[in-house]
Design a protein around this ligand. Structure first.
Ligand SMILES: C[S@@+](CC[C@H](N)C(=O)[O-])C[C@H]1O[C@@H](n2cnc3c(N)ncnc32)[C@H](O)[C@@H]1O
Length: 400
């Protein structure tokens, strides 16, 4: 079942339809606040998250992102004075979310800046690094010890060996996040690996940029509860911490896309080699393989596990929602012709009804689609993949 209405019919007046439409097609590079702390794969545009929160909630309401990733929605919620909860199966996402949503004092940021400046001395490859033996034995430094990459690995190791000089956990996690950011810049999807000097210079500019972003965030972040929880969205209705917050007014999310290849938990080093090093840098543990992060294997016939898990996830979300809750999501498909109907059917089975807003539509199917700039989906079945990646914004409410 689908219900057709306008945003005015639904009493939504936080932003105009024009503003929402333009936020959905936003192509500006991600910037501002803490959004640049880490390039989380397939993240929302902050403008989309902000505008959705403004349209569907009021100050003091609760926003819930069940597939939090880099916590874009939580950062925007906090700035807009909305409480928020994010869940993610990835410990790396919970780490990034915590760092991005924590408001640090001037004193903390000065301490971090001083520590960051002192690293130039430390990152000298002639110094002996204390090796991260436990992480190495568990494979977390896989594929970063080649002739081209060992200098970056050693620079990271030299910096991490001084993390304990920072007094608080929040300061240490911020510093780890700066190293994570720089490690991603140096290693992920690059053909040429930078020199250790280039790494040092970049790290200084990352500290400067992150500290400026953290100051801006601390200035505008409001005093509202923000929780980043490392757990699956499946079963959230039984989580007492989450239940204690009451029903969310807005469930804003972007689940892994059916059949679409996105590597959330690894960096790709020198071609096809993957490394779990981000977990080592973030002091976090990896899950078990790609399917753990993507709701199943994208090559599985008919994506059975994907749709079974989507059903469980949205059944749980429907249980934490109430009649006033909205579910707004951005989702893409490697083959929309069969996957979109199946996806909608699955949501209906989970207890949700699709709402089509006539003033928020830009396509003949009455929905709001966007082209994803500079991206093609890497689909499991390349012959069925769309030549240009497209995403759709879906709106749902509880089925009554
Ligand atoms: C498309 S990303 C979300 C990006 C996010 N909107 C942002 O702005 O950064 C999807 C996320 O879902 C997470 N995920 C996958 N299965 C999950 C599950 N069962 N419960 C919670 N999170 C899950 C993945 O680890 C990944 O971080």
């Amino acid at each position: 079942m689908t219900i057709q209405m306008t945003t005015a019919d639904a009493g939504l007046k936080g932003v105009t339809a024009e503003r929402f439409l333009s936020a959905v097609s936003d192509r500006e590079p991600v910037s501002g606040l803490t959004h640049t702390f880490y390039r989380y794969p397939a993240r929302f545009s902050p403008a989309f998250a902000r505008t959705a929160i403004e349209l569907f909630t009021d100050a003091g309401d609760l926003v819930f992102d069940g597939f939090m990733g880099g916590a874009t929605s939580l950062v925007e919620a906090r700035v807009l004075g909305r409480k928020s909860i994010g869940t993610d199966v990835s410990e790396l996402a919970a780490f990034v979310g915590r760092v991005k949503t924590t408001s640090l004092s001037d004193c903390d940021l000065e301490r971090i800046a001083k520590w960051g400046n002192s690293l130039s001395e430390t990152l000298n490859l002639h110094h002996t690094a204390s090796r991260a033996r436990k992480w190495i034995s568990e494979g977390y430094q896989r594929n970063i010890n080649t002739f081209e990459t060992w200098r970056i690995r050693k620079s990271l190791e030299l910096a991490l060996s001084r993390i304990n000089e920072l007094e608080t956990m929040a300061q240490q996690e911020f510093a780890r996040c700066a190293l994570l950011n720089c490690g991603q810049w140096a290693l992920d999807c690059r053909t040429t690996i930078p020199t250790s000097r280039e790494f040092r210079v970049k790290l200084q500019s990352i500290f400067t940029e992150m500290i400026a972003g953290a100051r801006e965030y601390a200035r505008v972040a409001q005093q509202v509860d923000t929780l980043c929880i490392h757990r699956s969205v499946i079963g959230v209705e039984k989580d007492v911490t989450i239940a204690a917050q009451g029903a969310p007014r807005l469930i804003l999310l972007s689940p892994p896309y059916p059949g679409v290849y996105v590597l959330y938990h690894r960096w790709k080093v020198q071609g096809r080699r993957e490394t779990p090093a981000p977990f080592w840098i973030a002091n976090s543990l990896d899950g078990s393989g790609m399917a753990y992060y993507t709701l199943g294997d994208r090559k599985q016939q008919k994506l059975r596990r994907y749709f079974a898990e989507i059903k469980q996830a949205f059944t749980s979300l429907a249980k934490v929602a109430n009649d006033d809750s909205w579910v707004v999501q951005m989702v893409g498909f490697s083959n929309p012709s069969w996957q979109l109907p199946k996806y909608l059917k699955t949501l209906e089975q989970a207890g949700l009804t699709e709402i089509k807003f006539s003033d928020l539509a830009n396509s003949r199917d009455g929905r709001l689609w966007r082209n994803v700039p500079n991206r093609k989906w890497f689909a499991a079945y390349q012959h069925t993949a769309q030549s240009t990646a497209r995403e759709v914004v879906l709106f749902h409410k509880l089925l009554r």
